[in-house]
Design a protein around this ligand. Structure first.
Ligand SMILES: Nc1ncnc2c1ncn2[C@@H]1O[C@H](COP(=O)(O)OP(=O)(O)OP(=O)(O)O)[C@@H](O)[C@H]1O
Ligand SMILES: [Mg+2]
Length: 333
């Protein structure tokens, strides 16, 4: 495979959940891709479908309670994960694609040492001896910046700080040198200094290992800091897609403009933070037409038509039907 082809290409991913209202579609026709050595950010308010999209792409949703539409495609290094059996998926997960989950503190097993937990994945996928796996676990703990890794392999998760546990989670995820790492809000629970260190670590893995990273966050500051490209999700759909500089300078969707206005900024003379009035509706109340329309300061009678992502400039797509008639405010750096 050539290097310029995306390592992960998700296209037309649609996901429904069983509910008292019947099957409700929570993610609709979501497409994104990420290349080797790049970080793609997925941003949006709580409930916009970021985690569900990635869990579905990994084949991790419970098939009794959820449904991925047959038209959905998830190509990982050319293999369509939606066509694999559960057994084949287990082989691919942890090996070629790995995920750091939104609640890292619950993903570590308190009963096993961190060394055991890091080594477990290596043994499962690589069939190496316990001794080799342990040696590799020490190397990995060192790689993710854990001091004195030779003693920390014997430590239990509860004796580590939040930042150290997050590093252990990253070590477990990259243990088998996956092509793609999905990191779901990996820094939300951490204080700002530790957050900056974890972001540094992910950046260096992108640059030194050529890892392709999908980075989920609700924080545009983090997007500006680490991402190369970004997709903005609202109510289960992508509303804007662009490289990271363009979205900050010239946002092309009122929802993105609202997220930017709500972003805390050092030295800003803007006074109070802007907030987007209202809230993300539950999936069974998604409006027809543009889903953001009820909250949008620019809405007019034309906004009831189908919500379609269209190209507005090279590498920049928006689902707002009022572009280019409205001018949106970005952040000039
Ligand atoms: N297992 C489930 N069963 C039913 N509905 C679900 C399930 N998981 C998620 N949902 C619904 O799917 C929608 C998208 O949820 P998702 O967790 O992807 O949001 P998110 O963008 O990751 O938000 P957050 O920023 O809070 O993590 C929400 O309306 C949520 O209630
Ligand atoms: Mg989530």
């Amino acid at each position: 495979m050539t290097d310029d082809r995306p390592v992960l290409e998700v296209s037309d991913l649609s996901v429904s959940f069983a509910s008292e209202q019947g099957w409700v579609r929570v993610v609709e026709e979501v497409s994104f891709s990420v290349e080797r050595g790049k970080i793609l950010g997925i941003v949006g308010e709580s409930g916009s479908g970021k985690s569900v999209s990635c869990l579905a792409a990994m084949g991790l949703l419970d098939s009794r309670a959820s449904r991925v539409d047959a038209s959905s495609r998830v190509l990982l290094e050319g293999t369509d994960l939606t066509r694999l059996s559960q057994r084949q998926l287990r082989d691919v997960r942890g090996d070629r694609i790995a995920m750091i989950f939104q609640e890292p503190m619950t993903s570590l097993n308190p009963a096993f040492t961190v060394g055991n937990q890091v080594a477990e994945g290596i043994r499962a996928h690589r069939g190496v001896s316990a001794r080799q796996a342990k040696r590799r676990a020490v190397e990995l703990l060192d790689l993710v910046g854990i001091p004195d890794p030779a003693s920390i392999v014997h430590a239990y998760p509860h004796s580590l700080s939040g930042g150290m546990r997050q590093r252990v989670m990253i070590a477990m995820a990259v243990a088998c040198e996956p092509a793609v790492l999905i990191a779901d809000e990996p820094t939300t629970a951490l204080d700002v200094t530790v957050q900056a260190q974890i972001l540094d670590l992910l950046r260096s893995m992108r640059d030194d290992l050529g890892l392709a990273i999908v980075f989920i966050t609700h924080d545009l500051g983090v997007i500006a800091d680490v991402c190369d490209d970004v997709v903005v999700m609202y109510a289960g759909k992508i509303v804007e897609r662009s490289d990271v500089d363009s979205i900050f300078e010239t946002p092309q969707h009122p929802y993105s403009e609202g997220l930017l206005a709500a972003m805390p900024r050092l030295g800003s003379d803007k006074g109070a933070l802007g907030i987007i009035p209202g809230r993300v509706p539950p999936p069974w109340e998604f409006p027809h037409g543009c889903r953001f329309e009820p909250r949008c300061p620019y809405s007019d009678e034309a906004c009831g038509g189908p919500q379609v992502l269209r190209q507005v400039s090279v590498g920049h797509e928006s689902a707002c039907g009022r572009i280019p008639d409205i001018r949106l405010e970005g952040i000039v750096s």
